[in-house]
Design a protein around this ligand. Structure first.
Ligand code: ADP
Ligand code: MG
Length: 319
């Protein structure tokens, strides 16, 4: 199977055609570039992520899970911006053409893409060490996007979901202590759920800044604080603790700096808290208030006994 047969078979396949995308795409896979128009008064929101085998995912990750996760982490960035997913581009570097692997990969990929109503509109295929790069395109109404820089003095800080499950899932996967295949931690690590639908209502509610949590909640919250020129304080005791975390050996530092959560962390003025509580009630995951933003700089973490916790690193560092 050559490069073009591969693209045709696995990526212009039935699943990509079936996708019920509401957006008009004039030129898609097969030309030198894709072409699509945005509706009047819309802005393009775009983001790219690369996943390298052995660095961003363990060597023995299944192709199906990898297809899902590669798209999920990019969609998580769109969620952080409050954008509506539109389409995506896939750059795939493969050591060899393994048709079973490619079929499983595209199953995981299109499973999520079709659920999100987005189409694959182009890409690149090369030979080399297994690497997946996905660029996602999204849209927002003019100027109605969330960013890291809008937090205000006095805002409250919130997070979605059970922070730490991603780190626990990675540990279970690596240690092969995953005898229990239906552990939620493992599921969250292998197939994180991008909070796209939840994020779509946040601008309207009055969220002032937002970030998705990939490197660890403290490290990513710190991006909001430095981006907004403010200080923050969070209390460890306010995080939602999933039973699997309570039953695990992970301590609070592992949980807060572990990363791979793909949840959202955002700030909101106190006056909008009631609206947020009502809105959050329609989703099936917790939304917890974890702290406050105030004038100054730095992030203060209050440990379980309200003492100041000192962590060596706030999160995962690539270099
Ligand atoms: P070019 O050489 O002009 O950049 P290519 O020969 O690399 O184009 O690719 C041919 C077409 O197939 C292009 O439209 C490209 O976007 C698409 N394509 C290549 N690889 C993939 C892939 N993995 N998934 C989806 N589309 C792809
Ligand atoms: Mg070309």
């Amino acid at each position: 199977m050559n490069e073009f047969e591969l693209i045709k078979h696995f990526f212009i396949n039935e699943q990509n055609r079936l996708c019920n995308s509401s957006t008009q795409i004039d030129v898609s896979i097969g030309d030198d570039a894709a072409v699509f128009s945005l509706k009047d008064n819309q802005q393009l929101v775009t983001s790219v992520d690369t996943l390298v085998q052995g660095v961003h995912f363990p060597d023995n990750t299944s192709a199906d899970d990898l297809g899902f996760k590669s798209l999920a982490v990019s969609l998580s960035d769109l969620a952080a911006m409050g954008a509506e997913p539109h389409s995506f581009v896939l750059s795939l570097t493969l050591p060899e053409v393994d048709e079973v692997w490619l079929s499983d990969f595209s199953k995981g990929l299109f499973g999520l893409a079709n659920r999100m109503g987005i189409k694959l509109i182009g890409g690149d295929t090369t030979k080399g060490p297994l690497t997946v790069t996905i660029q996602v395109n999204g849209t927002c109404e003019s100027k109605r996007y969330l960013s890291r820089t809008g937090a205000q003095d006095g805002d409250h800080i919130f997070v979605t979901g059970a922070i730490g499950l991603g780190a626990l899932g990675l540990y279970q996967w690596c240690e092969k202590k995953n005898g229990n295949d239906c552990s939620e931690a493992l599921e969250r690590f292998l197939r994180p759920e991008p909070r796209v639908e939840f994020a779509s209502g946040l601008f309207e509610i009055g969220v002032s800044a937002c970030v998705d949590i990939s490197d660890g909640v403290l490290a990513d919250l710190n991006h909001i604080l430095t981006g907004s020129g403010l200080a923050g304080e969070v209390e460890c005791s306010k995080f939602f603790m999933h039973q699997e975390l309570l039953d695990s050996h992970l301590d609070i530092e592992n949980i807060l700096v572990g990363g791979d959560d793909y949840e959202l962390c955002f700030t909101l003025p106190a006056s909008k808290k009631e609206a947020l509580t009502k809105y959050a009630a329609i989703f099936d995951f917790p939304v917890q208030e974890i702290g406050r933003v105030y004038k100054g700089s730095g992030l203060n973490v209050l440990g379980p006994g309200k003492d100041c916790a000192k962590f060596e690193n706030l999160g995962y560092q690539h270099f």
